[in-house]
Design a protein around this ligand. Structure first.
Ligand code: ATP
Ligand code: MG
Length: 642
């Protein structure tokens, strides 16, 4: 199954991927099963569209499920845990194989054919993974929409994806309270111009559901009808679409990222081996949600392709299976299921940081080899706290919904490499990463120069093919932003040090201009988060008559009481300003430091700086449908009005 590893240095491995991509990826392609061998490794005749493994045929579900049934039928494949409902269930590869076929047969009975879209609006339950794998099995294109979205966001995605069938559930649950889905779905379908033929519902018995006759079907009933179903995996052309997924919407209207079949399967298989060091038979635990790309790549597909068991977790990181507060729940799962690799986000670690550190010592975490974090900058205090607590390497990895798998990190599975605090690492194989000067577009070749992080094509397997139904937007948005150059723009700032490690300095639209000085809000945040009292911070640029823009800082303190004490907050404001003066100079000093108990974030836990900025400038906040907690924005509105 796996090619014999040749001992190489990472630098050699990387160089081969860039200089001889065909030979490199042909070798990686051996990590998966093919129904028909490919004829051409990479077709880049029509840049920037890279077509990988043309002429070949494979199937994502076959690689994730079927091929393991032979060797490891009775090994755990999917471990579904919900601290919301107090349930815990393990599906072996055999069980998973059967459930997926039941789901595939049910979808087919509702008219779904190869190439049709199936929109999945589900909480973190096993049925959601069955639905994704079933789509891949029959060649339907899944489009998973995060279960936390309300009707408006869902309706716009229904219209974009035009699904034949929607798979959903009666309810999700958060903090022990059911969050009904069905009425939101009904309302979204009413709002949408496109109407699905059918809706398939998983009934968790958490909330009542009114079924629409002729349209709505219960999964429990269809499953029973297809209990012995045998549905073969559809041979898919390499470049056939596997799924679409929307970006988080941090910077504006979400983009429908479209992915292929073979390139994605190969990329995930390779990343499980080279980056995540995952071995068949072990357990992987990614704490994200299936609504995000991490959920697609590293909850569902990646670990299963590698023959690992994957944990699918519904619930807060601070509540146990008995529904009682328990800040050690994740660590107890690491112990119980002998998790070897864990994947989370800095935002989750910051939540845990507020818990008793003794919880990290209470469990036997000796199975764990590394904790991978991604999604937003990993600040040094958070990294240090969790690395001291767990005593395993903390591996930051930088990527995007668009890329499908890490772009910058360290590939310890190729050759052990040191990590540097504050840096996600070095370019991953296949990614031809460059830094360009923001104005001239010239490539920056000297160490420690700040530039825009871009990629030269062809982009590697697993990378987005295009924006769903909108090639022009794909080319214009991502590839034509630097005059005279056809490069993929990440829209993130970075620098590269003398050792080739990159540091991400924030998004290109997070730069502010104070009296002619260009400052990254991210750098100011990093300085402020170094203050001992600070738990979290957001810095935005606010229009100012005199200076053009000034920085405003919104800080969440570790001890929330200070928020209501004017004397304490005044004192802290002074201290924080002094800290920024010392770290970055007085020019970067925020005009004000204000204290709040929460910050506006996307549903994926990312700071919504554009929304905070709009509110500070008294503008309309625009599209806030991706926002998690409207109360957080209200606090800022109130502060600005006071
Ligand atoms: P949208 O593109 O719709 O505005 P988004 O960019 O937040 O949303 P994602 O694709 O989920 O959607 O996030 C990718 C972005 O997250 C990266 O471009 C980068 O800004 C940030 N990011 C991800 N991982 C890291 C990391 N390890 N360090 C720093 N930033 C990161
Ligand atoms: Mg983005």
């Amino acid at each position: 199954m796996s090619p014999a590893p040749t001992p190489v240095s990472y630098a050699d491995f990387y160089r081969q991927s860039i200089d001889q991509p065909d030979a490199f990826w042909a070798e990686q392609a051996k990590l998966i099963d093919w129904f028909k061998p490919f004829e051409r490794v990479c077709n880049y005749d029509n840049p920037p569209f890279a077509r990988w493994f043309e002429g070949g045929q494979t199937n994502l579900c076959h690689n994730a499920v079927d091929r393991h049934v032979k060797e490891r039928a009775n090994q755990a494949a999917l471990i579904a845990i919900s601290t919301e409902t107090g349930t815990e269930k393990t599906y072996t590869f055999n069980d998973l194989h059967r459930e997926v076929q039941r789901m595939a047969a049910s979808l087919k009975s509702l008219g779904v054919q190869k190439g049709d879209r199936v929109l999945i609006y589900m909480p973190m339950v096993a049925d959601a993974a069955f639905a994704m794998l079933a789509c891949a099995r029959i060649g339907a294109i899944h489009c998973v929409v995060f279960g936390g979205f309300a009707s408006g966001s869902l309706a716009s995605r229904i219209d974009d994806a035009t699904p034949k069938v929607i798979v959903s559930a009666d309810a999700g649950s958060r903090g022990g309270k059911p969050t009904p889905y069905k009425h939101l779905l009904d309302e979204a379908i009413r709002l949408a111009k496109h109407k699905p033929d059918a809706v398939l519902l998983s009934d968790r018995q958490l909330a009542p559901m009114d079924l629409v006759a002729g349209r709505d079907h219960l999964w429990s009933e269809l499953r029973q009808q297809h209990i012995d179903a045998q549905v073969p995996c559809e041979p898919m052309n390499s470049t056939d679409i596997s799924y679409t997924i929307y970006t988080s919407g941090t910077t504006g209207k979400p983009k429908g990222v479209q992915r292929d079949t073979a390139g994605y399967t190969v990329a995930l298989a390779a990343s499980m081996q080279h980056i995540f060091g995952g071995r068949a038979g072990e357990t992987f635990f990614a704490t994200s949600d299936i609504g995000w790309v991490v959920g697609h790549s590293y909850i569902v597909y990646g670990p299963l392709i590698a023959g690992m068991a994957t944990i699918m977790y519904e619930g807060l990181p601070t509540q146990g299976l008995d529904g009682q507060p328990d800040g050690g729940i994740w660590w107890s799962l690491v112990e119980k299921y002998k998790v070897t690799g864990m994947f989370s986000a800095p935002t989750a670690v910051r939540v845990l940081k507020k818990q008793d550190p003794a919880l990290l010592k209470k469990y036997d975490l000796s199975s764990l080899r590394a904790l991978y974090l991604a999604g937003e900058p990993l600040d040094a205090p958070t990294a240090r706290w969790i690395s001291e607590g767990l005593n395993v390497p903390i591996i930051d990895n930088y990527w995007q919904t668009e890329t499908g798998w890490p772009l910058l990190t360290v590939a310890n599975g190729v050759a052990p490499m040191a990590s540097k605090f504050g840096s996600p690492g070095v370019p991953m194989y296949g990614y031809n990463v460059k830094l360009l000067h923001e104005n001239t577009g010239e490539e920056l070749t000297q160490p420690n120069e700040k530039g825009v992080v871009v990629l030269d094509g062809p982009t590697p397997p697993g990378f987005m093919q295009t924006i769903w139904k909108d090639d022009a937007r794909f080319v214009n948005t991502y590839w034509k932003s630097i005059p005279g150059k056809l490069v993929y723009n990440t829209f993130d700032w970075g620098i590269r040090d003398e050792d080739g490690y990159y540091f991400i300095l924030g998004r290109t639209d997070d730069v502010i201009n104070v009296a002619g000085h260009r400052l990254g809000t991210r750098e100011i945040e990093e300085s402020i988060s170094g203050h001992a009292a600070v738990a979290e911070v957001a810095v935005v640029g606010v229009a100012d008559n005199l200076k053009g823009q000034v920085a405003m800082a919104f800080v969440v303190l570790k001890d929330a009481r200070a928020v209501n004490d004017p004397a304490v907050s005044l004192q802290l404001e002074r201290e924080i300003m002094k800290q920024v003066d010392g770290d970055l100079g007085a020019v970067a000093r925020p005009a004000r430091v204000r204290f709040v108990t929460a910050l506006p974030k996307t549903r994926s836990g990312k700071l919504l700086r554009r929304v905070i900025q709009a509110v500070c400038e008294g503008r309309d906040a625009g599209d806030v449908t991706s926002m998690d907690d409207p109360g957080a924005l209200q606090q800022i509105k109130d502060l600005m009005a006071s």
